[in-house]
Design a binder for this molecule. Structure first.
Ligand code: PMT
Length: 396
């Protein structure tokens, strides 16, 4: 039985929170409801209390309510917090850290994952302020479920409907189930490396870091301690992740080796430059000095192969970025580098691989026939499937 804190904010969809409480109880979860005073204008405290089997809390400064269970105890109690429906006002308060009512205060104090299911008028939803707040929350690791598009209670048509309760239940259970990474320390590398040619020019590649960051975020959500060694990328650090920024392959190697002793799982999603210039020019190379320019490149260390060889029982996962004969080349890399799993992806596609938000991968295990396809999906979802597979290997 898991402990779910359900926040309900003011909006016509508040009545659907009753169905959510019932669904959670039927799945065997313990539910405590915190409803804002506005939510209680739409749905009665008695209904929520009867369905949850627990007193409903609403006021921050209520002596009666606090004496039963304090708001901080409630925040600590929750294994997952979900706010459904989440109004525009609530999203704004939580995005900006305003602890001015009981629900926002609990959400700020809670260390458990937070899921929000927005529901509001389409224009409120589309308003740049609401979009910016959702963006901010998403970057902090808050799981945003929905909204759906359709006819709204206010008479408008468009985005803003609370998603199906089944979807909210699915998101809650996803957060609860994967606590299985609690004993793991996951080292993830992400992004490109940048090799300086002279003080202004570099050799690099098209990696955005999205795949590696999604893996780091998902592992942290599942309870792992996560160390993320990142090349130069324009991404926010996922919630609960320790980040080490590097530039070159040599710096990435150094950082990865330093973190290695702590790691029980290593996932190398970074696109490490295979070569760097033999001698970096100390001054900008002048164009007028030459008609053609030849750079001598030397091989960078193979970080993945080196990590595999280091002592210690840890599971090592590599990525194979291929443009042809993907499975064949990836299988060859798995054997050469000696890692436990190899994640193959086709980086010649425009709808997967480098930079975009989606990916389609094949997880290769040690057996020759051991290939698990992960259909095209968001990098977040692909990361979840990769972590599922790693868990299965660890538990075998
Ligand atoms: O960052 P995104 O834009 O989200 O894109 C994701 C991705 C395409 C970068 C990612 O999914 C991916 O495929 N990462 C691996 C890219 C890569 O360098 O592949 P590779 O086939 O060249 O290398 C094989 C493995 O060896 C990789 O795990 C790589 O990290 C590692 N390697 C490579 C070279 C090197 N000198 N040292 C290494 O450790």
């Amino acid at each position: 039985m898991s402990r779910v804190l359900l926040g309900v904010t003011g909006g016509i969809a508040a009545y659907k929170a009753c169905e959510l409480v019932r669904g959670l109880r039927m799945r065997g979860h313990e539910v405590r409801v915190v409803a804002t005073p506005n939510a209680l204008r739409f749905v009665s405290s008695l209904t929520l209390q009867t369905l949850s089997g627990q007193a409903v809390r609403s006021e921050l400064f209520s002596l009666n309510e606090e004496s039963e269970i304090s708001h901080i105890e409630l925040a600590d109690w929750a294994e997952v917090s979900v706010v459904a429906p989440a109004s525009a006002g609530f999203l704004a308060r939580i995005a900006h850290g305003m602890a001015d009512d009981l629900l926002a205060t609990i959400c700020l104090a809670a260390r458990a994952p937070l899921i929000v299911a927005p529901a509001m008028n389409v224009n409120m939803y589309r308003h740049p302020a609401t979009q910016a707040n959702l963006d901010l929350l998403g970057k902090r690791g808050v799981v945003i479920v929905g909204p759906d598009t359709g006819e709204l209670a206010c008479g408008w048509e468009g985005e803003g409907r609370l998603v199906e309760i089944e979807k909210v239940l699915g998101a809650i259970e996803q957060q609860l189930a994967p606590g299985t990474y609690r004993d793991e320390v996951v080292l993830v590398t992400a992004g490109p490396t940048v090799e300086a040619v002279d003080p202004v020019r570099v050799l690099t590649n098209r990696s955005s870091g999205k795949m590696g960051f999604a893996l780091a975020e998902a592992a942290a959500r599942r309870g792992a301690e996560v160390i993320l060694v990142a090349g130069p990328v324009a991404l926010a650090t996922p919630y609960g992740v320790e980040r080490i920024d590097v530039e070159s392959a040599e710096q990435m190697r150094e950082a990865a080796l330093q973190a290695l002793d702590r790691a029980t799982i290593v996932i190398m999603a970074a696109a490490v430059a295979d070569y760097r210039v033999a001698t970096r020019a100390s001054q900008k190379i002048k164009r007028h000095q030459r008609e053609a320019l030849t750079l001598e490149l030397v091989r960078n260390p193979d970080i993945l192969a080196e990590l595999v060889e280091r002592e210690g029982r840890r599971l090592v996962v590599g990525f194979a970025a291929e443009t042809e004969r993907m499975l064949e080349n990836a299988r060859d890399k798995l054997a050469r580098k000696g890692c436990d799993l190899m994640i193959a992806n086709d980086v010649s596609r425009s709808d997967a691989g480098f930079d975009v938000d989606r990916n389609e991968v094949w997880i290769l295990g040690p057996g020759h026939e051991d290939v698990e396809p992960v259909p095209a999906a968001s990098k977040r979802e692909v990361a979840e499937r990769i972590l599922d597979r790693i868990r299965r290997v660890r538990d075998a």
